[in-house]
Structures are given as structure tokens and as C-alpha cells.
Design a protein around this ligand. Structure first.
Ligand code: FPP
Length: 248
């Protein structure tokens, strides 16, 4: 079999510390239900776990952290729950911006902003503008995000550019497509963590996780703390990444 050279790593197994960690934060609802509380309570505690995780990731030398906050499929949830999550996002963006900026975090959001309310889009743009030149941890929040829609959008842009004569079909390769994704300029995730024991990708960063390692943890997201992140990073350090190469 031909070994296709897709690896960003020239030699060796790459760093034993993941530079880009992507997290599917799952289990807020179950966490709340097990305490006889409404799901919103779980989301609120989940937001506290987001704060802890950003701090811990920075401390552990992670350079990029992507968090799946709300998927394109989550719009099918009851309107009251969507309203609660959006209120939390609004609250988070207002309340945490100063702290994120003080911590030198560069913050950005990926996903379909046309679905979000105008005031949330304004808060996002303000947070992105304020933290644009920060040099610490790059935090990406995926909101109203779906991997397939993102790839379809990139394909549509390529088709438009080709139809307008600005792009030759032979120039359409993996680099050209990746350059039209919302994550362009950001390294692909090295490690994907999903909490709550579920073992699915749920349409998260489909293109970008081609060579990521996966760690599934039994902890529910509101209980996630730096010890869980540390154990996922340890597990990552024990993996041998081969990018399609033969076993050494
Ligand atoms: C998954 O748990 C979680 C979500 C769909 C929402 C994620 C939101 C947060 C962590 C809080 C808000 C985030 C920010 C950045 C303010 P689930 O509800 O699917 O849990 P379940 O599978 O147990 O029902």
C-alpha cells in the first residue's frame, strides 16, 4: 500500500504533549437529572467546567483548545433549553471576556452565525476583536457548528471561485479545501476528548480530526477538572502516532 504523506510531522512520533486539544463536552443533562435538577442547572455547571479547563489547558502547555458548545443538530432541542444555553453563552461572553483577555487567551468562535441572535454575534465579534493579538492559549468555541456543513461550505466556495475563473480545478487539493474551512490557520487537533462515556464524533471537526487520537472519559462534563485533563494528556503521551506509517 502506498503510504500517503499527510503527516505534519517530519520524523519521529511527534510531541508527546498535544498542542491542540478538542473537547466534546457531554453529560450536562445527565449530571443535572441525577441530582433531580433541570437540565439548565447542568449547563450552568458545565460553563464552570469550561473556565477550569481553559485555565488547566494553559497551565499544561496546550496551545489550542477547541470546545464543542452547541452543534447544528442541537437546534432541534426544546426551545426553552436552547434559550437557556444561549442565555448562558451570552452571560459567559459578557462575564468572562475580561478574564480571558487578562489571561492572554485568543478567543474565536466557529459555526453558523446566521442562526445566532444579533446580540450574541456582536458579543462574539467583540470578544474576537479584543483578544485578537493575544499570544497565549487559542480557545475556539464551536457554536451552531456542524462538520459536514463546514466542509460543504468550503466546497461551495471552491466551486464559486472555479466558476468565476479564479481557481483552476487542478489547484483543488487538500490544502485548498483546508484553507476554506473555518479552522484555517489553526493546526489540526492532536487529541479529541469526549466526556460522559459516549463514543461518538457527533459531526465535530470531521475533516480536522483525520489523525487525532481519541480519549473517551466516563466523567460527566460538569465534573470535568484538571485531573481529568491531565489523565487524558497522559494517555495521549502513551499513544504512538503513525500517520499511516508502518509500525516502528
Ligand atoms: C452536552 O450535554 C452539552 C451541551 C449541548 C451544551 C454545552 C454547553 C456548556 C458546556 C455550557 C455553556 C458553554 C459555554 C461556553 C458558556 P448534554 O445536554 O447533551 O448532556 P446529556 O447528554 O447528559 O443530555
Amino acid at each position: 500500500m502506498v503510504d500517503v504523506a499527510l503527516s505534519p510531522v517530519e520524523a519521529g512520533d511527534g510531541p508527546d504533549r498535544p498542542l491542540h486539544v478538542a473537547i466534546i463536552m457531554d453529560g450536562n443533562g445527565r449530571w443535572a437529572r441525577s441530582r433531580g435538577k433541570p437540565r439548565t442547572f447542568g449547563h450552568r455547571e458545565g460553563a464552570k467546567a469550561v473556565r477550569r479547563t481553559i485555565e488547566a489547558a494553559s497551565d499544561f502547555g496546550v496551545t489550542h483548545l477547541t470546545l464543542f458548545g452547541f452543534s447544528s443538530e442541537n437546534w432541534t432541542r426544546p426551545a426553552t433549553e436552547i434559550g437557556d444555553i444561549m442565555a448562558l453563552v451570552r452571560f459567559y461572553l459578557r462575564r468572562e471576556l475580561a478574564e480571558l483577555h487578562r489571561s492572554n487567551v485568543r478567543f474565536q468562535v466557529i459555526g453558523d452565525r446566521t442562526q445566532l441572535s444579533d446580540d450574541i454575534v456582536e458579543l462574539i465579534e467583540n470578544a474576537e476583536r479584543t483578544t485578537r493579538n493575544n499570544t497565549g492559549l487559542a480557545v475556539t468555541l464551536a457554536l451552531s457548528y456542524g462538520g459536514r456543513a463546514e466542509i460543504a461550505g468550503a466546497a461551495r466556495r471552491i466551486a464559486e471561485e472555479a466558476a468565476a475563473g479564479r481557481l483552476k480545478p487542478e489547484a483543488v487539493d487538500e490544502t485548498a479545501l483546508a484553507a476554506r474551512l473555518s479552522t484555517h490557520g489553526c493546526p489540526d487537533p492532536d487529541l479529541v476528548i469526549r466526556t460522559s462515556g459516549e463514543q461518538r464524533l457527533s459531526n465535530f471537526l470531521l475533516w480536522q480530526v483525520a489523525y487525532a487520537e481519541f480519549v473517551f472519559l466516563d466523567v460527566l462534563w460538569p465534573d470535568f477538572d484538571r485531573t481529568h485533563l491531565a489523565s487524558a494528556l497522559d494517555e495521549f503521551g502513551r499513544r504512538e502516532r503513525r500517520y499511516g506509517r508502518a509500525l516502528s
